[in-house]
Design a protein around this ligand. Structure first.
Ligand code: UFG
Length: 333
């Protein structure tokens, strides 16, 4: 369904990042006006193509309030900005709590100040913690073991409190593994350093770096490697349009929703698909387990369909790898 955003503005915090750029493009495609707020600690100015931007760091409460004052007509905010590298969070928790939790609090305060009363927040499957209960339902106990997951859960709680006390309307997305790239190849995943599986494996396949390190082949899974739920970044972006539509319709004023496909793939299955798509084997060495990795994580995706009418359209694994390959190949040429 093509929902029209009627030229309405949407503030996209972290709009210069990997998911943010895809969200902005999708908002523009649906007739909305994305306004990027970003501190460019991880985002890229060249990824802002669909509207204006404000350079602002959420940790600066006054600057955040000022940024909101200059866009006081905006009612809807999408919050994607955060520190995401799980390992770094374990080493430097203060940085994570400051950037993620203090930043989100400043954002909520600024939103309340200007009357922006609708928030779509990117949380994570990492808030659930280790469990055998797969696929993961939204009602699963949230017991995150990583600092990263703890910061995201703290923000989920803050948003619920704002809903209860001030009537903030929200949708909290618990993303599974964002992957792939826009079909045009104009935007994609550009982390530095890159820690994610698919870009690292593609780079190794292209012969542009050392062999890929496969972190652990002794997990309790059929082939011994970790299982994840890979969802195409374009589908994630489209879920935001469904969230805005649902909020516009007043169909929900608050919800926590998994954004995944419901299917899990092991690391070795990803490498096999990469060879199929690119024709190149991925050279790898089996390395020790990476700290913080869970054995398996995949979603029960039925709630997203029920609450938002959302189901993934682009997340066939072959398409994920094809679009990622298309993007990275251009970058590496
Ligand atoms: N992996 C490797 N080698 C690599 C990179 C990853 O073997 O070079 C393995 C990991 O050990 C894991 C799987 O590939 O088993 C997926 O790893 P990613 O780093 O691609 O993704 P994660 O599942 O660790 O991370 C995802 C999001 C993060 C988020 C995290 C929360 O991409 O941003 O979920 O659990 F923080």
């Amino acid at each position: 369904m093509h929902y029209n955003l009627n030229n309405n503005p949407v503030i996209v915090v972290g709009g210069a990042g990997y998911i943010g750029a895809h969200v902005c493009k999708t908002i523009a495609k649906h007739g909305g006006r994305p306004i990027v707020f970003d501190n460019f600690s991880a985002g890229h100015k060249h990824a802002i193509k669909w509207g204006p931007h404000v350079e602002v760091d959420l940790r600066d409460r006054k600057a955040t309030q000022k940024a909101f004052e200059t866009h006081s007509d905006v009612k809807t905010v999408i919050h994607l900005a955060s520190s995401i590298e799980v390992g770094i969070g374990e080493k430097y928790p203060s940085e994570f709590y400051d950037n993620n939790v203090s930043g989100a609090l400043n954002l909520l305060m600024a939103m309340k100040y200007t009357g922006a009363d609708r928030l779509i927040f990117s949380s994570t499957c990492a808030t659930y913690g280790e469990t055998q209960n797969m696929p993961l339902l939204e009602t699963e106990v949230q017991n995150p073991f990583s600092v990263y997951g703890k910061t995201k859960l703290a923000i989920e709680h803050m948003i619920q409190s704002y809903h209860k006390a001030y009537g903030m309307k929200y949708v909290t997305f618990r993303y599974f593994n964002a992957s792939g790239a826009d079909a045009s190849g104009e935007i994609g995943e550009e982390h530095d350093p890159e820690t994610h599986l698919i870009p690292n494996a593609l780079k190794a396949a292209a012969g542009l770096g050392p062999k890929m390190k496969l972190f652990g082949a002794d997990y309790d899974t059929p082939d011994g490697t970790c299982i994840r739920d890979y969802i195409h970044v374009t589908d994630i972006a489209l879920a935001h349009i469904d969230a805005i539509r649902t909020l516009d319709e007043g169909a929900t004023t608050h919800a926590e929703v998994n954004i995944g496909t419901g299917e899990g793939y092991s690391v070795l299955e990803i490498l096999t698909m990469i060879q199929k798509v690119t024709g190149l084997p991925v050279p790898y060495d089996i390395s020790p387990r990476r700290e913080g990795d869970l054995t398996q994580l995949y979603a029960d995706a039925t709630n997203a369909k029920k609450v938002l009418g959302f189901s993934p359209q682009h997340s066939d694994l072959e398409n994920i790898i094809k679009t990622a390959w298309n993007f990275h190949r251009k970058q590496w040429e």
